[in-house]
Design a protein around this ligand. Sequence first.
Ligand code: BGC
Length: 416
Amino acid sequence: MKRASKLMGTVALGLLTAVSAQAEDVEVLHWWTSGGEAAALNVLKEDLQGQDIGWNDMPVAGGGGEAAMTTLRARVTAGNPPTAVQMLGFDIQDWAAEGALGNLNDVAAAEGWDAVVPAALQAFAKYDGNWISAPVNVHSTNWVWANKAVLDELGLGVPSTWEEFVAAMQAAKDAGKVGLAHGGQAWQEATMFDGVVLSAGGPDFYKKAFIDLDPEALGSDTMVEAFKRMETLRSYVDDNFSGRDWNLASAMVINGEAAFQIMGDWAKGEFLNAGKVPDQDFLCFRVPGSEGVVTFNSDQFAMFNVSEEGAKAAQAAMAASIMAPSFQSAFNVVKGSVPARTDVPQDDFDACGKKGMDQLAEAAANGTLLGSMAHGHANRAGVKNAIYDVVTAHFNGEFSAEEAAEELVNAVETAM
Ligand code: BGC
């Protein structure tokens, strides 16, 4: 049943669906518009096309998905939700609380999701005990990406402390390179802040500040130190950073113009898409001082309430495809993320992917797997946006580090 048939009257529609609940095309709203992201998206499109499920693409550019979420709100308000929507953490829970999402329990039970999806992901993929979204991956934000040839030329290895990292950026700057590739957009500054807060305060501090929203932690000397570290990073960014997209910042590391980028592991998708090989052309390591901790975010496809049987069949087929172990491997190898289930073999993953899978398992076992503030897994959108505003204003010189910590306490309190 194709889109045009939606115009048919209910009687005709009833007859059609009575004959067979043939899966419709899926309309998918997402923000995967960079080269690496599009390559990963193709893995999903082709998988569904192999099952005769057509794909209506609804891309809304903008890392972190803020613009996509604004478009989604408009579509739902107009009574016309897409079939499936890329979504992060607390946004999924908020839409479920509004009663807007469908129920994936049948497919989840048939495919045994309960046993293989990590608890940290189930916390977002289930609402009131019901499966409401299909997790496609686990990304993590506290990564640094480095150009290996640039480091070799400067005689530098992987920095193991914050001080060594700063010295490495300085050495790159002294050699005429950009120390830190960065795109001046609030979500990118917030992404760096995930790793920087960890490096300044460790996992317990991160949890108190971003997950528990403890005002003492938010306004503490440790938070002031985190903001000072952001000022240090700011001093290694080039003059044209304002508004630059994250993938263009990745390109600066790929082409050797810059030494480092602090970014989630979707950046790896850009390196791979450019034909680069981990350990040979580029290096991946945790933000120095944040080793042993993983700040995660999981892209999930939330399925909206739809009434037509064909659309429901398409949602179930898409959810089942996404969760198949072979798909989880094929997709995440390209995307830069790691699988959203614990039983996927590492064989096809590169060195960074294997590292990411091991570190995810270790962090989950050690209690150091923490939701990313920047990518909607620590708190609801209102609080997240309040933190974004302070972090980006400070990065752009509006506040001192001390003022920023104070502003953070006030902004979070107002948003709660
Ligand atoms: C998503 C990634 C995406 C990145 C940049 C993150 O919020 O989880 O899948 O690649 O934004 O667009």
